[in-house]
Design a protein. Structure first.
Length: 176
């Protein structure tokens, strides 16, 4: 008999930063209620004249921020995304995952689809059986569903997220 995989919630919506604000609000609520929630929330860089929205990742537990943008993008792209910054944030998170109640990861996007970025954190949470809440870059839905084919899709809505969490938590801690 194999263990049931941990529930994975995927918020679908066009506005990534609105979703990140929603995640931050839910994380604060859950942590205030005593849950051990770990992960990384994305924040805007607030820099003018940028076509790339890569900004900052903030560690939920420590509050430490990790830059995930380059001042100058590599040749042949307008993307300012700094993979090293994302992977550094991911590395600091890995030890927090196994003992957590829930992992919130800002996004599955370009780096993760290529096996980098936060991919190790997604893998660690899934392997540890810890529920994961995330959002997915529209361009990388196909890669995401290969990683997490049983993930629950939900709209960017506080009630939908709370209902997912209640179902995920109940699945992990069924009544005796």
């Amino acid at each position: 008999m194999t263990a049931t995989p941990a529930p994975i919630g995927t918020v679908i919506g066009p506005d990534s930063f609105a979703i990140q604000h929603l995640f931050a609000a839910k994380v604060a609520e859950w942590r205030d209620a005593g849950l051990n929630v770990v992960g990384l929330i994305g924040e805007a860089h607030a820099l003018p004249d940028r076509s790339c929205t890569a900004g900052i990742l903030r560690d939920i537990v420590t509050g430490k921020s990790f830059l995930m943008y380059l001042e100058t993008p590599p040749a042949n792209t307008s993307c300012h995304l700094d993979g090293e910054g994302v992977e550094s944030a991911c590395a600091t998170l890995l030890d927090q995952i196994a003992h957590s109640d829930l992992v919130v990861l800002s996004k599955f996007g370009k780096l993760e689809a290529q096996g980098g970025g936060l991919a190790a954190a997604f893998q660690a949470a899934i392997a540890a059986g810890v529920p994961v809440l995330t959002t997915v870059s529209e361009k990388h839905h196909e890669a995401w569903w290969k990683v997490a084919p049983d993930a629950v899709r939900m709209k960017a809505d506080e009630q939908a997220i709370e209902e997912w969490w209640q179902a995920a938590h109940s699945a992990e801690h069924p009544a005796h």
